[in-house]
Design a protein around this ligand. Structure first.
Ligand code: MOS
Length: 765
């Protein structure tokens, strides 16, 4: 988190060029076969038994309940805010607005820069200015939630509206090209792609559109705040506890250690459970009231105060030679954004790394609008970018009269097409072959509309899934071993339902040579050693490396403690390995002493060691990505246009799979979210008012059981020799490629190309 840590890490970066051996597999020592096993989630029973306490369920003495009023204009100022009626309503403790809210500094660094992915650099309830339709303008605290909800309806607020940019079309008149998209250059050009396209024997040049999506985790965004003097405890649903603690500390003029963030359970994150205004308002209101505050956003509140995926318009142009190889690959476009955040929706990232082409042009723009800041949402960029790119590949395959899988085989690059780096591991062609065999791809008719069951037309589609491998710099882990042979592994990381805590317990058990039930992974609390954010599908790699570093540090501590009477006397940490509940000399396996024996001789109850993760040098050296192939079969009703997905298979290539059960759930969950992207999800933005018109799950549709067929997933499971544990991230790749696989299947069924999501039945009539 600290600048110091970052500086230290960049200094180390230069000296490291490859992944040290000890970061990799634990398999030789994994005698219990723990890593990779389909272990059930350790938090699962607590959750289904109702014993997991979420942020909005913390009981506190004197707790007050908050309700939020949201702006109804997109830009301008609050002209009048009459709180009289609300304040005299039953049970009301206070009303907080910009006039009486505690004075707060601007959200620092990740906000005010504004840095990539930051939610907003705007002040939080400090003045009368309105920046988006839905901005929180007042918080009512009351003795019960119902009293707060009632009182908020009694607020009398009037606005003075100013001209707002709330039409995407109008915003595009002033579209700008940011210098960087995340940390990559916005534009990449290899050769003259436009000229190559013009001269190509076969070409397609198409536009695709994707709508806004809103975050809709099952658990509503909520926070409970309690102050003790100048110390704040925030019970949050968070995928970045350390960044939250640090940012709130800066805003309130406190030290980071004075803000304790606790987030043991998160009911779905997907990129949306970072830091928004509601946590800051909870803390501010608790300070103002001198009482604990619980703020749970309503479902509508989540649409107003938490951003989601932004809308895009994309162009994909492909020029091919007769053999299918690409003379030109062009992917450009524009995404809506705000000036007070920086999440440009990196939809051109897949085109940089997937296919060989003689010439390449990728670039993207942003169009600033007055709206809730958009943010990361599972596979941000990649999910909508693969929709355009992979639909275009399908259209090119048809123009070439080639099978779409055969086309991709011919486009397989030897090295990264834009960076020129070697791939650390890439078995995409194998994932295609294995998936095609399992799915029965040979049953697909190349001619659209050729298969029918009564009034249902059947089609099959395929698309590549891809997501980059990331590992965040920073983070540290501590391991405490006890004399009874147990390990407590600690890092302020996040379990949002992915299986992180279970997988890291498996990892630590395998690494330390302990049975799984002797290992506890502790997370979700800023009192623990600092973690990195759970984002970019990077957390498993980030934690794994920190645990490996901590194991190294622990080994050194254990050897020191073992001393001269140990069979290990005289050995250095590099000469021993953690194995079978103790240390063993690598060269002389008979020289062994158990942790219990070492601790017992020293009369110690426990021993612990902590270490920082080394910086992510592997990503500097290699082109690293998760891959997959999405196979979809649809039935489209010829009379009503209704699309039913009848079969789905994901065939993935994401390195070593660390837990077969939680990985299956991650892949399936991503695919299900992808079915929503393909067929339903659409946050309707009123271009007259800048207001989202369907802020409820009644009107904003996500897949339900009836929409989801049996989904099968499989994987190559080939470890990446350059990645910690041989594993790539799997949290986000599942959603990528799904939109295109569905659209391509719909085309194969009906002969209709739908280039605008979601593929609703009106577009097929
Ligand atoms: Mo993910 S969208 O980085 O939580």
């Amino acid at each position: 988190m600290s600048g110091q840590m970052e500086a230290r890490q960049s200094a180390m970066l230069a000296s490291m060029s490859d992944v040290p051996e000890r970061w990799l597999t634990t398999s030789a020592r994994d005698k219990h076969g723990t890593l990779g096993a389909p272990v059930t989630r350790m938090d699962g029973a607590l959750k289904v038994g109702g014993r997991a306490r979420f942020a909005a369920e913390v009981p506190l003495d004197g707790l007050t309940y908050a309700a939020v009023a949201f702006s109804t204009i997109a830009k301008g100022r609050i002209a009048a805010l009459d709180t009289t009626a609300a304040e005299s309503a039953p049970g009301v403790v206070l009303v907080m607005d910009y006039r009486n809210a505690p004075r707060l500094k601007l959200p620092p660094v990740m906000f005010s820069a504004p840095k990539a992915g930051a939610q907003s650099s705007l002040p939080v309830m400090q003045d009368e200015q309105i920046h988006w339709n839905g901005q929180p303008v007042a918080v009512v605290l009351a003795e019960t939630q119902e009293q707060a909800d009632h009182a908020v309806s009694l607020l009398r607020i009037s606005y003075e509206a100013a001209p707002a940019v709330i039409s995407f079309g109008a915003a595009q008149q002033n579209a700008r090209t940011p210098e960087k998209i995340l940390r990559e250059p916005t534009s990449v050009a290899i050769g003259d792609a436009e000229a190559a396209l013009a001269g190509a024997a076969f070409k397609i040049d198409l536009n695709y559109r994707t709508p806004r999506h809103n975050h809709n985790a099952i658990e509503l965004h909520a926070a409970t705040a309690v102050w003790q003097g100048d110390r704040l405890t925030l019970h949050d649903a968070s995928q970045m506890v350390n960044m939250t603690s640090w940012t709130i500390a800066e805003m309130f003029g406190l030290k980071e250690a004075q803000v304790h963030v606790h987030s043991p359970y998160v009911g779905g994150g997907f990129g949306g459970k970072c830091l928004w205004t509601h946590q800051i308002l909870t803390a501010a209101a608790a300070r103002l009231a001198g009482r604990p505050v619980r703020l749970t956003l309503s479902r509508e509140g989540v649409f107003r105060a938490v951003g989601g995926r932004t809308t895009t318009e994309q162009r994909v142009a492909l020029g091919a030679k007769a053999d299918g190889t690409l003379a030109a690959l062009i992917h450009t476009g524009v995404a809506a954004m705000t000036t007070h955040n920086n999440c440009p929706e990196q939809f051109t990232f897949p085109a940089r790394h997937l296919y060989a082409a003689d010439t390449i042009k990728v670039t993207q723009q942003v169009a600033d609008m007055n709206m809730i800041a958009n943010t990361f949402m599972r596979g941000p960029g990649e999910s909508v970018g693969t929709f355009a790119l992979e639909c275009a590949l399908d259209e090119l395959a048809e123009a070439l009269q080639l099978d779409p899988i055969e086309l991709r085989r011919r486009l397989e690059p030897e090295k990264d097409p834009t960076s020129g780096k070697a791939f650390s591991a890439r078995h995409l062609v194998e994932a295609y072959q294995r998936g095609a065999a399992r799915f029965g791809w040979e049953k697909r008719s190349a001619k659209p509309g050729a298969r029918r069951e009564g009034e249902w037309l059947l089609g099959m589609g395929v698309a590549t899934a891809t997501y980059p491998y990331y590992r965040q710099p920073g983070g540290a882990a501590r391991i405490r071993l006890t004399a009874d042979g147990r390990a407590f592994v600690q890092m302020a990381s996040h379990e949002m339902g992915m299986g992180t805590a279970t997988v890291q317990a498996q990892h630590a058990a395998a690494r330390l040579g302990l049975p799984l039930d002797h290992v506890v992974f502790e997370y979700g609390d800023t009192d623990l050693p600092p973690g990195t954010l759970a984002g970019g599908s990077s957390q498993t790699a980030s934690i794994s490396v920190a645990i490996i570093a901590a194991t190294q540090a622990l080994t050194e501590e254990l050897l020191r403690l073992a001393g001269n009477e140990s069979p290990l006397a005289g050995l250095s940490a590099d000469e021993v390995e953690t194995s079978d509940g103790g240390l063993r000399a690598i060269a002389e396996p008979d020289r062994f002493e158990s942790y219990a024996s070492i601790l017992g001789r020293a009369k110690r109850d426990d021993i612990s060691a902590m270490a920082e993760a080394p910086p992510p040098s592997e990503v500097q050296t290699y082109s690293m990505h998760s891959y997959g192939v999405q196979f979809c079969e649809v039935k489209v009703n010829e009379v009503t246009g209704e699309v039913r997905v009848s079969r789905f298979l994901g065939s993935f290539d994401c390195g070593r799979i660390l837990n077969a059960k939680t990985a299956t759930s991650q892949f399936k969950g991503g695919i299900i979210m992808g079915l929503g992207l393909a067929l339903m999800e659409d946050a309707l933005f009123d271009e007259r008012s800048g207001r989202i018109m369907n802020p409820s799950l009644a009107e904003y549709h996500v897949p339900v059981h009836m929409d989801v067929p049996e989904i099968e997933v499989m994987w190559t499971g080939i470890p990446d020799p350059k990645a910690p544990l041989g594993a790539h991230g799997i949290g986000e790749i599942g959603i990528t490629g799904v939109g295109a696989a569905v659209a391509n299947a719909v085309y194969n069924a009906t002969g209709r190309r739908i280039r605008e999501l979601p593929i609703t039945l009106d577009k097929l009539l």
